[in-house]
Write a protein that binds this ligand. Structure first.
Ligand code: ADP
Ligand code: MG
Length: 775
């Protein structure tokens, strides 16, 4: 004991000596003068005193005031200066990987050291930290997983939970755990940080914990709405065709139910509301459906800024990769913008594998205008100082969950007023700015004040699995302690699903399969697909399909060349009747093209997104590492040992069935056509983008699918035709129930007639499967 005390004392002294030495260097001095200008600096003493005196502290402050980069750093500096450095273990959570890295890197450079020394980061499968690290940035997910080994967070002296105003599911979940944990760790300090939104809510949740507000320092930002933008740019909005080439009326029907604001907009008589505007603007406003973003409009706004406004970076808010990469291409081909060497166009997206950080934060070279195309990650977690113009599409991709119909969708939807305000504020960091909103004022006026927390609008199975693995008791009663508890029906659905796929047993306890699934940071269904891929030696397609399901589909669907795109996708599917197999084949083709160094041409020819494919490659590697960590893949045997059946379509369909169950559709023959039914919602249709769309008859009686979406009717996306035997063998709970009732149930569902001996055999095989999965 004494020995470790002595070692700690020695380490504390060393930390101080190093810090003192670095402080004297000219680069750190320069950084220091930047830091002292940040609004957070004025509160340094007050903040440190409050941390000392209170177990929980809530901080709010305008984005960019220095919460993330300064406050944890103050704690660190103060600890080291007072020779307590070795006793400090400050952990700061970030909702996104990219911000964990970027902030850690920034702080290390402010301190004049390399990343991974005193300041480090850890994100899923990637870390840069050492024994010296005293301030660690990690994703909230990483901390949640660490709780499995260390439920009391004994190694942590100060925990800073950042961006809580976003109300992400992980953060809300962590707060429940922390509230229970605090009495067990009286010496630990908890600091909650939020943009200036709703700080009281959090303070109340932690027994009225004191709140410190950091006053902002922002310049005024003037704002324009769509009507003004149209007048300025003379842009005329075209009627956009959605995927089916629908009429406008049809499109309205499609979206109006999803989107009450659009409905409202359509009720307004645009002519009288906007009588001060020109005729073409009024027409354009009418054509503006509010359902899809017209990238031409975004481009026109950027073009206008570049031609008419004084210098300053432009920050464009879009909803996702699609739009970002399309717009990137579009801007590159824009002749009106003139000399391309005058622009630096940079994408910024939360799951970008490697970001060229410096370019995003740095001032661009003289005579170059920086244009950053971002998702809502630039709303509050990443601040780019030199932004003077914001172009805001007003939407963000958001999951929504309909517990009654068990329907989850990830769709662009209107952001809240709070978010729109945040986005606007990004333009006024260093000087007065301008915000161009690409939606009419009436839409803004009817936006929600705050966004609904994620825990209320997503399926909860991953969360439930997590609660189980942390042994936090019954899921329902645990979640009832949340800041805003989710709908009990949503909880029930999640538990039911976990039982159905065999992750939980009848008593709601984790099964061995469930325990494996906990260690895979993906949706339990995707996790099961991966495990089955290992066990049945068709790992490569399993990795590809899992990556696409967890990230996104690499097929792009250009509206004007839909036929060709469909044909390309079908050429991969062959006669498999499977979107998933088409995907796996497309990826193989891409890998091969890459070996021949013609992947660009390949992607172009087959309508594939190279960006998405690259991302999928990364994710495949990550999954492979995870599977090797939990012992399902023995890398020393070589990956080919796990790919013996990768080209056996029946085998691949079977493991897809295991992974996607209970997403099953029954194909019923109706004359010369096939009709599709699910147990949950009855009749459904195959999504028009599927290779199975328009096929009249299928060789096999069932389909498994990845997702159900509701537009004009209920569609199943990405489907694979499977046999009844695949369903009997791989569908549902692999934990064979004692008296065979599982099989009986399935049989009832399948209307399957087989002799007793066949059923017995199946039962036995399933027993064997179960053993394989619980090793
Ligand atoms: P907050 O968390 O309050 O939103 P931050 O601590 O993230 O504020 O940022 C404070 C300041 O530091 C901002 O002006 C921001 O532009 C700057 N900054 C943050 N990260 C970087 C970076 N990687 N490079 C350059 N400047 C940065
Ligand atoms: Mg921050």
């Amino acid at each position: 004991m004494l020995e470790t005390d002595a070692a700690k004392e020695k380490q504390s002294i060393e930390l101080k000596q190093k810090q003192d030495k670095l402080k004297a260097s000219s680069s750190v001095k320069e950084m220091q003068s930047f830091r002292e200008k940040l609004p957070a600096f004025k509160m340094r003493t007050e903040f440190l005193k409050a941390v000392e005196e209170n177990q929980v502290l809530v901080i709010s402050g305008e984005t960019g005031c220095g919460k993330t980069t300064q406050l944890p750093q103050y704690i660190l500096e103060e600890g080291i200066s007072s020779l307590r450095g070795a006793h400090y273990n400050i952990v700061c959570t970030q909702p996104r990987r990219i911000s964990a890295i970027s902030v850690a890197a920034r702080i290390a450079s402010e301190r004049g050291e390399s990343l991974g020394e005193t300041v480090g980061y850890q994100i899923r499968l990637e870390a840069l930290r050492s024994a010296q690290t005293r301030l660690l940035f990690c994703t909230t997910g990483v901390l949640l997983r660490q709780l499995v080994q260390d439920p009391d967070l004994t190694g942590v002296s100060h925990l800073v939970v950042d961006e809580i105003h976003e109300r992400g599911m992980n953060e809300d979940f962590l707060l429940i755990i922390l509230r229970d944990l605090l009495p067990r760790r009286p010496n630990m300090r908890l600091i909650l940080m939020s943009a200036t939104i709703n700080a009281d809510l959090f303070s109340k949740y932690f027994r009225n914990a004191p709140t410190i507000h950091i006053p902002g320092l922002t310049f005024p930002v003037s704002e324009f709405y769509l009507e003004d933008v149209l007048e300025k740019t003379h842009y005329e909005i075209q009627e956009l065709d959605s995927f089916q080439g629908n009429s406008r009326q049809r499109r309205r029907e499609q979206y109006s139910k999803k989107d009450p604001i659009t409905e409202l907009f359509e009720e307004v008589d645009i002519g009288s509301q906007y009588k001060n505007y020109s005729a073409s603007t009024r027409l354009s406003l009418e054509a503006w459906s509010g359902s899809q973003l017209d990238l031409g409009l975004v481009e026109a706004a950027i073009e206008y800024i570049c031609r008419h406004e004084r210098e300053g970076a432009v920050l464009v808010f879009l909803t996702g990769w699609d739009e970002i990469s399309k717009l990137l291409e579009q801007i590159k081909g824009n002749k009106l913008l003139g000399d391309q060497s005058k622009f630096l166009v940079l994408p910024l997206h939360g799951s970008m594998p490697t970001i060229n950080q410096r370019e995003i934060f740095d001032r661009p070279p003289p005579n170059k205008r920086k244009i950053v195309l971002a998702t809502n990650i630039a709303e509050s977690s990443i601040t780019i100082d030199d932004v003077v113009y914001v172009v805001d599409c007003g939407k963000a991709k958001e999951t929504s969950y309909d517990a009654l119909n068990k329907l989850a969708c990830l769709l662009p939807s209107w952001v809240s007023k709070a978010s729109a305000h945040q986005r606007r504020g990004r333009a006024g960091r260093l000087q007065p700015g301008v915000c161009y909103r690409l939606y009419p004022k009436i839409i803004h006026d009817s936006m929600l004040q705050y966004q609904l927390p994620e825990i209320l609008r997503t399926p909860l199975q991953e969360l439930c699995l997590h609660i189980k693995s942390l042994q936090l008791g019954a899921v329902g009663s645990f979640l009832s302690k949340a800041l805003q508890p989710p709908d009990p029906l949503a909880v029930e659905n999640a538990i039911e699903l976990l039982k159905t796929i065999g992750a939980l047993d009848d008593k709601e306890e984790l099964t061995p399969l469930g325990r494996h699934l906990c260690t895979l940071p993906v949706d339990p269904n995707i996790g099961k697909l991966l495990l089955m891929g290992c066990v049945f030696q068709c790992l490569s397609p399993a990795l590809t399909i899992a990556a696409a399901l967890a990230h996104r589909d690499p097929f792009v669907l250009p509206i004007d060349r839909k036929r060709e795109a469909d044909a390309a996708k079908r050429s991969f599917a062959g006669d498999s009747c499977s979107d998933h197999i088409a995907l796996a084949k497309a990826f193989e083709g891409y890998k091969e093209a890459k070996c021949n160094r013609n992947e660009r041409a390949f992607c172009w020819e087959y309508f594939l997104s190279p960006v998405t494919l690259r991302m999928m490659e990364d994710m495949r590697d990550q999954f492979l590492n995870l599977l090797s960590d939990i012992g399902f893949v023995d890398k020393s045997r070589g990956v080919s040992a796990y790919n013996q059946y990768s080209h056996d379509m029946e085998m691949v369909s079977a493991i897809l069935c295991a992974g996607l169950y209970p997403n099953v559709v029954q194909c019923k023959r109706r004359g010369k056509r096939t009709a599709f039914f699910t147990k949950e919602v009855g009749k459904v249709d195959i999504h028009p983008a599927s290779v199975n769309a328009g096929v009249h008859l299928f060789p096999l009686p069932y389909m498994v699918y990845s997702e159900r979406v509701k537009t004009t009717s209920i569609y199943v996306r990405d489907s694979t035709n499977i046999s009844d035997y695949a369903l009997l063998l791989f569908g549902g709970n692999l934990v064979a129930s004692k008296n065979g009732e599982g099989i009986e149930m399935l049989r009832g569902y399948l209307h399957f007639s087989a002799s007793k001996s066949v059923l017995d055999l199946i039962q036995k095989l399933r027993g064997e499967l179960d053993k394989l999965l619980s090793k």
